[in-house]
Design a protein around this ligand. Structure first.
Ligand code: FAD
Length: 365
């Protein structure tokens, strides 16, 4: 794993700020990383992946998240697409699609719609059977990595439930409209996806039959939540490193910033945030690796705690660096914008709190 981390560090180098400024990661680099299995590291080796456990994949995701949240977001989408195919697809579908995802093809996952953000039960996209084909109609919003994607995993209504369908991004009727001005993760390739009468072979439907919408969405999102949670740990580690280095080096009022107690308090808060987020993520990943029944709630908890701590921690880091961290190109300024979005995606903080409250109410004792 150490070698993989070093390899990504060398490829990203100091380029994250430039990608953030231009709003693009070079497509060749994404394909290269994809073809080395670096964008969906939990895919089993039989499909060309690395077969990492959630714990090891988490450590790797945190590393990438500390370098560049846009690249980590592309990884989250790729991993979530692969996970959805593994969990919902047949063995034949896995054998067709997963080697593509470890072979350089890029993927994105579309749930959200203009009328269905937090409330995914309000989804209006339809997947209609027509002989040997299905026809997809709908509009997906804010799909991370869709600008780069070769294939889209799209969730829609089908018969009396919901299905996930694999849509080639160049299929007739697909139009991808890039969001050029996101607040953060600016190079993550967010786009709206319009699907107008998109005809696909019926075997594009993962698993072939509908599932209850809530079950399908929860299954697919679980991976995304884990990945975002670990990405937030990376943001916190980068912010802690930047804040401690700055506070140790810069002097005001005749001594290092770190020797002013209020600044030291900020550093303690950041350290605490990084430690707390790391521990909840480690616990959640252990639950995944052990197949524990705690897995679902541990994942929501990890996502909620890590995103909240990252948003607060990044703001603290900007405060410690002050003017030195107040320009777009600086890592803490980028972290500040990127981290805020982590409180919105893969189940907003409010939705996570509702789920945690439900769990608390139903838990024995
Ligand atoms: P709304 O649902 O309109 O919510 C607005 C506010 O009200 C939020 O604070 C929300 O928490 C709160 N709220 C809503 N309902 C309740 C409730 N019942 N109780 C309490 N509070 C509530 N979607 C995809 O499908 N694929 C992607 O890859 C993807 N990537 C994204 C990346 C970014 C950077 C962003 C910003 C969004 C992305 N999305 C993606 C969309 C994302 O999933 C939605 O933005 C998110 O689900 C929230 O929906 P909304 O923006 O419509 O907000």
């Amino acid at each position: 794993l150490g070698g993989a981390m070093t390899a990504v560090t060398l490829r990203v180098g100091g380029l994250a700020a430039e990608w953030d400024r231009t709003g693009l990661i070079p497509l060749d680099l994404l394909r290269e990383l994809g073809a080395e299995g670096r964008l969906c590291a939990e895919v089993p080796e039989q499909y060309g992946g690395w077969g990492l456990s959630s714990t090891h994949s988490g450590a790797y995701t945190a590393h990438v998240g500390g370098l560049c949240s846009s690249l980590r977001s592309v990884m989250t989408s790729q991993g979530m697409a692969a996970w959805t195919i593994r969990r919902l697809g047949t063995a034949e579908q896995a054998a067709v699609h997963l080697p593509r995802l470890t072979g350089g093809a890029l993927a994105a996952v579309g749930f959200s719609e203009p009328g269905a953000g937090s409330d995914l039960a309000a989804m209006a996209t339809t997947v209609r059977r027509d002989g040997d084909e299905v026809v997809v109609d709908g509009h997906k919003k804010w799909v991370t990595a869709a600008h780069y994607a070769d294939l889209l995993v799209v969730v829609g209504r089908h018969e009396d439930g919901a299905v996930a369908v694999v849509v080639p991004a160049d299929a007739p009727g697909v139009r991808i409209e890039r969001i050029a001005d996101p607040l953060g993760c600016r190079a993550a390739g967010h786009a709206d996806v319009h699907l107008d009468g998109v005809r696909l072979p019926a075997d594009s439907v993962l698993g072939g039959h509908p599932l209850p919408p809530a079950l399908l969405v929860t299954t697919a999102l679980a991976y995304g939540r884990m990945s975002v949670a670990w990405g937030c740990v990376g943001i916190l580690r980068a912010c802690l490193a930047a804040a401690t280095a700055h506070a140790a080096g810069r002097r005001q009022f005749g001594k290092p910033l770190a020797e002013h107690q209020l600044v030291a308090g900020h550093l303690a808060d950041l350290y605490t945030a990084e430690q707390v987020a790391s521990r909840v993520c480690e616990h959640a990943s252990r639950s995944w690796d052990e197949g524990s029944p705690d897995q679902v709630v541990a994942t929501v908890l990890a996502k909620h705690v890590s995103a909240t701590e990252a948003a607060r921690g990044a703001a603290t880091a900007v405060q410690v660096l002050a003017s030195a961290g107040s320009r777009d190109g600086h890592a803490v300024a980028r972290a500040y914008r990127d981290a805020k979005l982590m409180e919105i995606i893969e189940g907003s903080s409010e939705l996570c709190r509702l789920m945690l409250a439900q769990h608390a109410l139903s838990a024995p004792g």
